[in-house]
Write a protein that binds this ligand. Sequence first.
Ligand SMILES: *[C@@H]1O[C@H](CO)[C@@H](O)[C@H](O)[C@H]1NC(C)=O
Ligand SMILES: *[C@@H]1O[C@H](CO)[C@@H](O)[C@H](O)[C@H]1NC(C)=O
Ligand SMILES: *[C@@H]1O[C@H](CO)[C@@H](O)[C@H](O)[C@H]1NC(C)=O
Ligand SMILES: *[C@@H]1O[C@H](CO)[C@@H](O)[C@H](O)[C@H]1NC(C)=O
Ligand SMILES: *[C@@H]1O[C@H](CO)[C@@H](O)[C@H](O)[C@H]1NC(C)=O
Length: 425
Amino acid sequence: MGTAKTPRGRLPLSIVAIVIFIFFMIALLYTERFSSSIFKFKSCSRRASVAKSTKSTRDDGTTEDDLVNTEVDDRFEFDPNECSVAHGKWVFNSSFKPLYSDRTCPYLDRQFSCVKNGRPDSDYLRWEWQPDDCILPRFSPTIALEKLRGKRLMFVGDSLQRNQWESFVCLVEFVIPDDGKSMRRGRSHSVFTVKEYNATIEFYWAPFLVESNSDNPIIGDPKKRILKVDSVSKHAKYWVGVDILAFNTYVWWMSGTKVKSLWGSFANGEEGSEDLDTAVAYKIGLKTWANWIDSTLDPNKTRVFFTTMSPTHARSEDWNHEDGKKCFNETKPVSKRGHWGTGSNKQMMSVVAGVVEKMRVPVTFINITQLSEYRKDGHSSIYNELGGKLLTDEQRADPKHYADCIHWCLPGVPDTWNQIFWAHL
Ligand SMILES: *[C@@H]1O[C@H](CO)[C@@H](O)[C@H](O)[C@H]1NC(C)=O
Ligand SMILES: *[C@@H]1O[C@H](CO)[C@@H](O)[C@H](O)[C@H]1NC(C)=O
Ligand SMILES: *[C@@H]1O[C@H](CO)[C@@H](O)[C@H](O)[C@H]1NC(C)=O
Ligand SMILES: *[C@@H]1O[C@H](CO)[C@@H](O)[C@H](O)[C@H]1NC(C)=O
Ligand SMILES: *[C@@H]1O[C@H](CO)[C@@H](O)[C@H](O)[C@H]1NC(C)=O
């Protein structure tokens, strides 16, 4: 297969691309079998017969009953404890406009800047997520910044978490004057500072959360990767003192059926490691992460979030389209309710749920998997880059090897993840 022969560049980005290719190759080779029966949905208890009357608070603190909304809409106001945002539908709104664009936001990586990179269609920008049971509030940059006043917010995880971080920064940055904000990008740790609010919105790179030999520099070949499943402290020392932590980790674990795992010191090298089933290694790694959280953080001071797995759309057969095109040329979400592709492994999801359930420190899920599953139209696809360069026409004509169906265009789907995240803050 052509993927293995892709010339290796010097830049980490090209290595990331190779990782993506290898991942796709493996994803094509075997299909996960789901054991979904062990799943429990925590769905909303619908406040059924209660007629809805939204109370809105005016600036002067008085409230008024907004009776206009009462007729047909039986969805209640958003309440994070009652509304499951995971169940709902995408609604097309031709007059909806994202709060920013890849031309107005200066902090977007080229990897996510689809319009700038030549994406011609724009319908994918006009879908709004509508939970079945409640009304998800629109993202408000000023209220979001107010919630962050005097605080540090940090996204921790892989490139999808960076996708979410950049979305968040772009959703708020345009209300801050130029001299009131600054960005410092680092290899592992990047910090966006909002002076007036004394707030930071940070990103920390830890694709497995636990330590590995391929965090920095990235090792593209999954066979050479070794994970230190019992150790997180090298990364975690950067998480101390942060007020709001939002984690993720999933896709990097999925590059094979086994994960080379190590206890104790890296000095033991490969000999000291053991090949574990992915789900087993994932569970040990997450427990290491959970133990650190539980033993280090004060839940009265720190809020912890976990973004569930971001679906990949590498198998067009999943939605009955021509084989081998991946997410290329997709301009509409999947309309089949409950659509679930082969890129999202329910067993891995249940591992996270199981570990989090036993934690002392409460962790709030930003459950984005189902809503993003529908959005085969939201990926960077061929409007992507490789080794710091835009794809050539030849590469664009070969979506099977070059389309990025893992990362998302910005503006785009991760804005909705942040809309949900923000609603829970
Ligand atoms: C569509 O978007 C516009 C602009 O944001 C908004 O005013 C309107 O309420 C939206 N329509 C619906 C049905 O949500
Ligand atoms: C700014 O926020 C930090 C925490 O992120 C806090 O320690 C510091 O006291 C704050 N400074 C001011 C002037 O509020
Ligand atoms: C958190 O605050 C509550 C109420 O203020 C208190 O009862 C509890 O002991 C605190 N928990 C910790 C871990 O400090
Ligand atoms: C993309 O899809 C449209 C139909 O939705 C089709 O007309 C067009 O030929 C496709 N483009 C390519 C390059 O396959
Ligand atoms: C996320 O939501 C899906 C339903 O869309 C559910 O199956 C899954 O258990 C949820 N995951 C977690 C970790 O709560």
